[in-house]
Design a protein around this ligand. Structure first.
Ligand code: PLP
Length: 403
């Protein structure tokens, strides 16, 4: 019999009722160290007092007003994001996929407004993840997510990740732009080298097309910079963000330059909830903290330490850990065992992590962690590696006995 909750997730049998900083507590009172952070959402940890008061203070005033009125919280947060980034203008959404939908529409509309409506195709990449709406599964690089949901939405051309030759050849008269994650998250923490992003920017400029970045997962300090593209010195024309933006309150945004947004005039796009006063109050408080230079410096320092400790673990457990990759606190462990086994072994040690493509386990801790949390996590990873090694040894003995 089908469950009342549509069974589209293979859920772990864990129920959390409370969170505090980087910890989650189950209904039975067991404590877990959360290095998944709701998939890079709880960047400020759980129940951050500043976010709690931003939310509860706004909740006393007004929860929702339509976008047919001015919303002061939106104006304030948009101004803040514009001041902090390449962007001149911002559209607020409730999720990452909706931010991407806005970005895709904006890219097409840019060329329509410029008299080139035939430029309506975005080039995207294998391994990419842009969300679960019809347009974003068509844009994404995982064909499994499309299965049974056809017809495929036209307007996306998929290329191998990092194949610059294929990219140069693919740009044509129908190309509207290039949509890419600076570091693929779901795809397995696959880092696009800075020189490739710079080359992609140059290709866009030469062809008169748009660079659209998906920083839904990489954004707001995860990579030690406010946005991952800052690592390469390149700026996009359009950028989708979400996840950490609300620190756990559902909110996303599509940021753009004035030029890229030239087609988005009155009536061209909308959302009932997008930019809701509750979301704006929380996001403004969250961005204020995450954009602080000392906060970002902390992420870089702690990320480097975690990376070094993981490298030592990889040396000690070569049968389990193949390699470690990523940037600051967006790290992936590529493993020799099935990644689901490592996630489970870590969960048994009360460390929460997230699987990804390419047999990778993602470490996406809250950005507020300190060195004590690193040590705790590394101990748990070490114990999980030893458990898996013992299982491998047992399996090898059993196989020998069977011969
Ligand atoms: C999570 C994610 C999305 C989709 O965001 P939702 O809020 O789940 O719609 C899009 N792009 C990237 C890179 C993501 O990590």
């Amino acid at each position: 019999m089908i469950t009342p909750v549509l069974p589209t997730y293979a859920r772990a049998d864990l129920e959390f009722e409370k969170g505090e900083g980087p910890y989650l507590f189950t209904v039975k009172g067991e404590r877990y160290l959360d290095f998944g952070a709701g998939i890079a959402v709880n960047a400020l940890g759980h129940a951050h007092p500043v976010l709690v008061s931003a939310l509860t203070e706004q909740a006393q005033k007004v929860w929702h007003v339509s976008n047919i009125y001015r919303i002061p919280g939106q104006e304030k947060l948009a101004r803040k994001l514009v001041d902090l980034t390449f962007a001149d203008t911002v559209f607020f959404t409730n999720s990452g996929a909706e931010a991407l939908e806005c970005a895709i529409k904006m890219a097409r509309r840019y060329h329509y407004a410029g008299g080139n409506p035939e430029r309506n195709e975005l080039i995207t990449f294998e391994g990419a993840f842009h969300g679960r709406t019809l347009a974003t599964i068509s844009a994404g690089g995982n064909r499994k997510y499309m299965e049974g949901f056809g017809p495929d939405m036209p307007g996306f051309q998929h290329l191998p990740f990092g194949d610059m030759k294929a990219l140069e050849a693919a740009i044509g008269p129908k190309t509207a732009g290039i949509l890419i994650e600076p570091i693929q998250g779901e795809g397995g923490i696959r880092v696009l080298p800075g020189e490739q992003l710079r080359r992609i920017r140059a290709l866009c400029d030469e062809a008169g097309i748009l660079l659209v970045l998906d920083e839904v997962q990489t954004g707001f300090g995860r990579t030690g910079r406010l946005f991952a593209h800052e690592l390469s010195g390149v700026t996009p024309d359009i950028m989708a963000v979400a996840k950490a933006l609300g620190g756990g309150f559902p909110v996303g945004a599509c940021l753009a330059t004035e030029t890229a947004a030239r087609g988005m005039t009155v009536g061209t796009h909308g959302s009932t909830y997008g930019g809701n006063p509750l979301a704006m109050a929380v996001a403004e408080a969250a961005v204020g903290m995450m954009a602080a230079p000392e906060f970002l410096a902390h992420v870089r320092a702690i990320g480097l330490k975690l990376r070094q400790k993981l490298a030592m673990l990889a040396d000690r457990h070569p049968a389990i850990i193949e390699s470690v990759r990523g940037e600051a606190l967006m790290l992936g462990i590529r493993t020799h065992v099935p990644n689901t086994d490592l996630v489970q072994a870590l969960r048994d040690e009360h460390l929460l992590t997230v699987g990804a493509g390419d047999n990778v386990v993602r470490l996406l801790p809250p950005l507020i962690i300190d060195e004590s949390h690193l040590d705790e996590a590394v101990e748990k990873i070490e114990r999980a590696c030893m458990t898996l090694e013992a299982q491998l040894a047992q399996a090898a003995t059993a196989a020998q006995g069977a011969q």
